[in-house]
Design a protein around this ligand. Sequence first.
Ligand code: NAD
Length: 354
Amino acid sequence: LFIDQFTTTLPGVRVRFGPGVRHRVAEEMDMLGLSRALILTTPQQAETGAEFAAMLGDRAAGSFARATMHTPTAISEEATTLARDCRADCLLSIGGGSTTGLGKAIALRTDLPQIVIPTTYAGSEATPILGQTEDGHKTTITTPKVQPEVILYDAELVRSLPVGMTVTSALNAMAHAAEGLYAQNRSPLSTLMALEGLRAFRDALPRVQANPDDLQARGETLYAAWLCGTVLGTVGMALHHKLCHTLGGSFDLPHAETHAVILPHAIAYNEQAAARDLAPIAEIFGGATPGQALHAFARRMNAPLALRDLGMAAADLDRAADIATQNPYWNPRPVEARAIRGLLQAAWEGAAPA
Ligand code: NAD
């Protein structure tokens, strides 16, 4: 490995990992001098939130169980008002990227510290990035103000994630690692984390699929998600994430599923321009090319493979290509309208990349 020069900023995040570690929230709060947590969940995970409220007793200042996909600002304002009214001195977010996003949105407005207990593999807990929507328009900001202070990874809470969502969420995480491999501001450390994260998913995901209750395998996938999320939080993303942002934002496609479908095609698009950086993907997943290796892995995992199966209309592909190529951004291979239209066609059909 040839290391020339690099610059990296690592956030001061405290991470605790292990089955049952969710019972340590009170201990973590005490250590930070915090005594009143506002508990955040989606409506679907309100019961889990209630268990935490019971566990925390006096340390639970209130609960807000209306976290929503894409972090609409109206909901964030409402939750921020509640945080102030109940005199919360910290936020406890339990859930996937939507719930973590709500916690970040409140932190942006209040500077309250966040403790996050992730229950998917999306990785938002490990990043200083917040996506918000207002009037259907999605914007993304990056600021240390939204980076969570404490993450508790408890595999016991991920066992309930349905297998289909487990697979798409894992592919969402793997996309952070894959794009991290060619990021302009990558470092030896981000590359180590990316490769280790990809290997851990390769080894553990089939075992979770075979037995979703396998705590050891669930733990390994959470470990992988932490690594991949940390890569997302540390280096810049390119074509894959921009495309998914467009498809999610303008065509309302589901987040994790869209990442799962686009990943092999976006990597195939870049595999010649970033040949040396992406070569390990073909080795890790076994395939002639990195894109084909990822496609084959996704197929083995029964992931969705085609945009048309996610409800995207063929008639929208031209517009998607236009939007995706409107604002220039860095990518290892130039983002060229016709080639992107071709990429989207292949992803729409679900065929393996050439
Ligand atoms: P999600 O948080 O929307 O969760 C999907 C559904 O699954 C919700 O109903 C949730 O309650 C439920 N769920 C979550 N964990 C569960 C479990 N263990 N058992 C049963 N049900 C469970 O989905 P997501 O994919 O984790 O997050 C997607 C959102 O996160 C998107 O809005 C995306 O933009 C954002 N995101 C942001 C970042 C970032 O760094 N800012 C990174 C990744 C994702």
